[in-house]
Write a protein that binds this ligand. Structure first.
Ligand SMILES: C[S@@+](CC[C@H](N)C(=O)[O-])C[C@H]1O[C@@H](n2cnc3c(N)ncnc32)[C@H](O)[C@@H]1O
Length: 296
């Protein structure tokens, strides 16, 4: 077996409430455009359940025992992992105290059952010895960091040889809607541009294999997970567009504050997408990337 190299640290009436339009995005993780409001924390739980089928269809931690989840946020994915893989012990980390506090409340029963630990930590400096985990999981996380390769290298440092990592990340250039929706596209460009300027990466999904290789992982595979809704599935199409509106609005306060969009553009974008939900010819397309790799 190859020796593991140890790096030197390197329906409108029934619609759920929308995020506040005025609260500024705040937080400890630089580049985190969604912010840490309780609305946003709630959205993460809904998002995880809404996307659960596609995120977890190909994830298999049935042979793992100690999994590290980095950027665990409010524990929305942690909860699903604990449910799906009853043998797992999970150590979840997030840079934000507010997220970890919410996760601790939400997952109190799991914490007391000794299957879970949650801590505040920066992913660049993981508070673990080498070979501590046989699995690792990140979801919608690397898009928010400045140094993805260094973080992946640090995750590899604390993984056992042959440990499995799954990375689930966005590829925002894949977004397409029909009919043509100019305010939505303007908003989307501003959303991604803002994230890029905050030193995040809204296109990181396409680069995952390169980054995993650079960080020293092997046996890397990637899957394109596609959400393509048209007249074949109008109900799902409407549900996904509703989810998407909430995702877009999660960045609205920060975008307005940064002068990237006006409230008018936000309102027009929302109206366009509301119309799309009921348009009998609408098309919605979005793809993200799931990478799997092994530590060596
Ligand atoms: C979009 S949330 C995703 C949370 C969770 N993975 C999920 O899918 O619900 C991204 C999280 O990454 C955290 N984060 C950003 N930079 C970080 C860093 N350098 N170290 C640890 N966590 C970080 C943020 O605080 C935020 O909670």
């Amino acid at each position: 077996m190859a020796m593991k190299k140890k790096p030197a640290h390197a329906a409108p009436a029934a619609r759920p409430p929308r995020p506040s339009k005025t609260k500024p995005a705040t937080g400890v993780a630089p580049g985190y455009l969604h912010g840490y409001s309780s609305d946003e924390q709630d959205r993460l739980y809904k998002q995880a359940r809404f996307l659960e089928k596609s995120v977890y269809e190909h994830i298999d931690f049935s042979q793992q025992h100690q999994v590290l989840e980095v950027g665990c946020g409010v524990g929305a994915q942690t909860e699903i992992l604990l449910e799906r893989f009853p043998q797992l012990f999970i150590h979840g980390l997030d840079a934000s105290e507010a997220q970890v506090k919410r996760a601790r409340n939400h997952l109190a029963s799991h914490l007391s059952s000794n299957r879970l630990k949650l801590d505040v930590a920066d992913a660049l400096h993981l508070p673990f010895e080498e070979d501590a985990f046989d699995g690792a999981f990140v979801c919608w996380f690397l898009e928010h960091v400045q140094e993805p390769i260094e973080i992946l290298r640090e995750i590899r440092r604390v993984m056992k040889p042959s440990g499995t990592i799954y990375c689930n990340e966005v590829l925002n250039s894949s977004f397409y809607v029909h009919p043509y929706s100019p305010a939505t596209l303007q908003y989307w460009f501003a959303f991604n541009d803002h994230q890029w300027n905050l030193k995040g990466d809204p296109f990181v999904g396409a680069k995952l294999a390169n980054y995993l290789m650079a960080a020293g992982f092997q046996n890397i595979t990637t899957k394109n997970l596609i959400h393509h809704y048209d007249n074949r599935a109008p109900k799902q199409r409407a549900q996904f567009i509703e989810y998407w509106i909430n995702l877009l609005l999660s960045g609205a306060a920060g975008l307005i504050e940064a002068g990237k969009v006006t409230q008018e553009i936000v309102d027009e974008m929302e109206q366009e997408l509301e119309r799309l939900k009921d348009d009998p010819d609408a098309v919605f397309f979005y793809s993200w990337i799931q990478a799997k790799a092994q530590a060596f």
